[in-house]
Design a protein around this ligand. Structure first.
Ligand SMILES: NC(=O)NCCC(=O)O
Ligand SMILES: [Zn+2]
Ligand SMILES: [Zn+2]
Length: 472
């Protein structure tokens, strides 16, 4: 059924204006005033903003890590994402050395197919470059529409690749017009610092942060940026946590390099002292890169405001405290890294960013949706509100307040890292391709509604299907 959203204020990355939105055939059919109401379900958005659906470019759902598997899968993770105003996620497909890339991609399709209630796509981890991989990569782009490759510079003996692999991936990505993503930390030095800490009997969660100092992230970010310039390629640095890494991105961008950066809500709001919480509670705050001293937050906010960092990912990677985080009770290196954030990414940025005057309303949309759509080949199908684009919309009440809690969140985990934090501004209703997924704060979507999206190449527009006339 056609829908007409009336009385709301549309906000895109560039404009803020009052207009109604007519939805049909899954897309935005018209934007304006006095639109034809015939056969329409009328949705009143009075007092609300209408935002493009959030795009979370960094999730790990149903992902094996450290001998366990993330608690949220494509079913629970996408329900929680929808409650939080996110209508598209891009998840990381992990690969194994020696295994055909297609096999890994098929495994990720099996994990997600029929489960997601919002649209999704994949990035592909590249851990080695050899003739088999080189032969498969064009197919990954053409057949699967996977146009971003992830290289880990950390997690030694698990995910970590060497510099030659990163450099060769950058060269290949330039040729194929894909975007290379890096987890930028110096894994070799981390391994040495970890060995030292354990030898001295330092096993508490805080040592996770102390063995991964910010210089280690800054060094790896600078190295990746330099290799990108050498290859004349393009780079996206995931989960930037500190001033040292942000500085390297700013420096590279000033030289005209195609280097982009993402940060995450945890680095904007939480800090290293959380790792010192008693009764092993610090384990709830183990991310890589780790939480930093509080002053880094100001640098990250400034970088978001100035456009030096372009996106906000959640890095959703959730493990229960009981039974999963507890694996590292006697040894911080065994604490599974990551946390549950997919649900609160959008509202935390609104509350801490827009409400507190750190970023504008239009920057909020750019950071949570538009820039990711542009960088990852989804724009203008997604990432804005425009005729012909998918009707992925968030009806957002800027005055509603909520206190974040594991008792009320929709993620599958037994804790929330932002427990007790009050946020202002909440999605009321969320639509994915014209269908309500969340209506008046109730989940009304269904597993399997979410479609796998084959993306366009880096910096190329997604070719929209022709919009059908409203009476067809
Ligand atoms: N970030 C984190 O701690 N866990 C997820 C895996 C990764 O992104 O490095
Ligand atoms: Zn990472
Ligand atoms: Zn991640």
């Amino acid at each position: 059924m056609k829908k007409l959203i009336k009385n709301g204020v549309i906000v895109t990355a560039t404009d803020t204006y009052e207009a109604d939105v007519l939805i049909d055939h899954q897309v935005v059919m018209a934007i304006g005033h006095n639109l034809d109401e015939a056969d329409c379900e009328i949705v009143d958005a009075k007092g609300c903003y209408i935002f493009p659906g959030g795009i979370d470019p960094h999730t790990h759902l149903d992902m094996p890590f450290g001998g366990t598997v993330t608690k949220d899968d494509f079913e629970t993770g996408t329900v929680a994402a929808a409650f939080g105003g996110t209508t598209t996620i891009i998840d990381f497909c992990l690969t194994n050395k020696g295994e055909p890339l297609q096999k890994a991609i098929d495994r990720w399709h099996e994990k997600s197919s029929g489960k997601a209630s919002i649209d999704y796509s994949f990035h592909l981890m590249v851990s080695e470059i050899n003739n088999d991989v080189l032969a498969e990569l064009p197919n990954v782009i053409e057949k699967e529409g996977i146009t971003s490759f992830k290289v880990f510079m950390a997690y030694k003996n698990v995910f970590q690749s060497d510099d030659a692999t990163l450099y060769r991936t950058l060269l290949e990505a330039k040729k194929l017009r894909a975007l290379v993503m890096v987890h930028a930390e110096n894994g070799d030095v981390i391994e040495y610092l970890v060995e030292q800490a354990l030898a001295e009997g330092n096993t508490d969660p805080i040592y996770h942060a102390l063995t991964r100092p910010p210089e280690i992230e800054g060094e790896a970010t600078g190295r990746a940026a330099q290799l990108t310039q050498l290859a004349d390629s393009q780079l996206y640095v995931v989960h930037v946590s500190c001033a040292q890494a942000a500085e390297k991105i700013i420096e590279a961008r000033k030289k005209g390099a195609n280097v982009y950066g993402e940060t995450c809500p945890q680095y904007l709001v939480l800090d290293q002292t959380d790792l010192e919480k008693p009764n092993f509670e610090g384990a709830k705050y183990v991310w890589s890169p780790p939480l930093r001293e509080k002053w880094h937050q100001d640098v990250l906010w400034q970088a978001l405001k100035n456009g030096d960092l372009q996106t906000l990912g959640s890095d959703q990677c959730s493990f229960d405290f009981k039974g999963q985080k507890e694996l590292g009770k006697d040894d911080f290196t065994k604490i599974p890294n990551g946390g549950p954030i997919i649900e609160d990414r959008f509202s935390i940025l609104f509350s801490e960013g827009v409400v507190k005057g750190r970023i504008s309303l239009n920057q909020f949309v750019d950071l949570t949706s538009t820039k990711a759509a542009k960088l990852f080949g989804l724009y203008p199908k997604k990432g804005t509100i425009a005729v012909g684009g998918d009707a992925d919309l968030v009806i957002f009440d800027p005055n509603q307040e909520r206190t974040i809690s594991a008792d009320t969140h929709h993620m599958a985990v037994d804790y929330n890292a932002f427990e007790g934090m009050t946020i202002k501004g909440e999605p009321v209703s969320v639509l994915s391709r014209g269908e309500f997924v969340v209506k008046e704060k109730q989940f009304v979507g269904k597993a399997g509604h979410g479609e796998y999206i084959k993306r366009a190449k880096h910096n190329e527009p997604y070719q929209l299907k022709k919009v059908l006339p409203t009476n067809s």
